[in-house]
Design a protein around this ligand. Sequence first.
Ligand code: HSE
Length: 439
Amino acid sequence: MRTINVGLIGFGTVGSGTAEVLLQQAARLERRTGFQLRLKSVADIYVDRLPDHFKDTRLVKDAKQIFTDPEIDIVVELIGGIEPARTFILEAIKHGKHVVTANKALISQYGMEIFQAAAAKNVEVGFEASVGGGIPVIKSLKEGLAANRILSIMGIMNGTANYILNKMTDEGVPFQEVLKEAQAKGFAEADPTYDVEGIDTAHKLVILMTMAYGMEIKLSDITIEGISNIDPIDIDFARDFGFRIKLLAISNNHGDHVEARVHPTMVPEHHMLANIGGAYNGIHFQGDMVGNVLLYGLGAGKMPTGSAVVADVVDISRNIVNNAVNRVPSLSYLPDQIKPGRITPMEDLRCPFYFRISALDKPGVLSTLAGILGNNGICIKSVIQKGRQKGGVVPVVIRTYEASESSVQKALAEIDSLDICPEKTVKIRILQDEQDSQA
Ligand code: HSE
């Protein structure tokens, strides 16, 4: 029986999970592929010995020993971050190795360099585990949805942020406390600001947009807002209005330009994405032929992410054995068919809004606020003032009908400069609902 040799760089959470999946599923993988997938070597500078059951795997300190080993067919990079991961991957490709990675930060920023290097050496780069953990989202886009023009992408793609928002919503636990819990559970990034500030979600959106539209999308194309400014009071108001706050990645395809944004969003509580809990991810595509598709599952964690890494190893191995390397282009479109991305300016976006204005509790304030919104063409749907603080500051919560981002920016700049509004207004976009559109 033919053997495909795998070398793994990085034996942390996902690395050790990948090794476990390869070992635990060895017999099943053989039955599915007709060959043996052997984890020949693992490189990790922090690990002194592998668990006893990896008796056929060699542990080395230097990653070079993996990518220069002539026996190794596939190098799996699971150390994360930009360097030295980028150098290791480029070196592996230079040595004619196929590569599998879960590194979304790297693929979203240096993907083109890596894919070009791989094309020049006719090797494959698999990155299923970079988006949605164990959910087969990349394969769905590349293969299952190949017959579609993708009209929109919308999703919860960061389990840490979702876990935090859910705990704040359901149990009223403060932000910092929930963040600590998420870190202890092992699904937060090494730098958790990536999770809570929306950067990790943006990395994933870059990858999905590039593959969905066949466009070169850059991280700087994405408008990014995180959840660290979400106050429990906003969660309560959202609940009063029948919404839940979620950190969403959103891209609508307008044909000659595409939206690219990550921000907290008020989602109607009956919406499928509103009900994705804990560390789960949910990614929704709309295709022109298939209609709506929702992929749901664990977006992080040792074994789910290991499952996605091994799926790539299996795909590449099958292509090696069947002389069909690059049967499916890495980015779903042929490399010479990837066009420059054209991004919808954020100012042109239209959606309903939630504002929490901190205003003095005195007569005439509300009419001033309503006047400014009206003068900027923003139509109010409802207003709530909670509490009474004669002369003090109270939250005035305003929900609008669909309004343009540019008029909202202008109106809020005006409101925030008023003496009667001593604190910056909190603005949260509301997921577009048909009933909310103005005629
Ligand atoms: N930090 C990520 C998350 C891990 O919380 O979803 C998977 O990319």
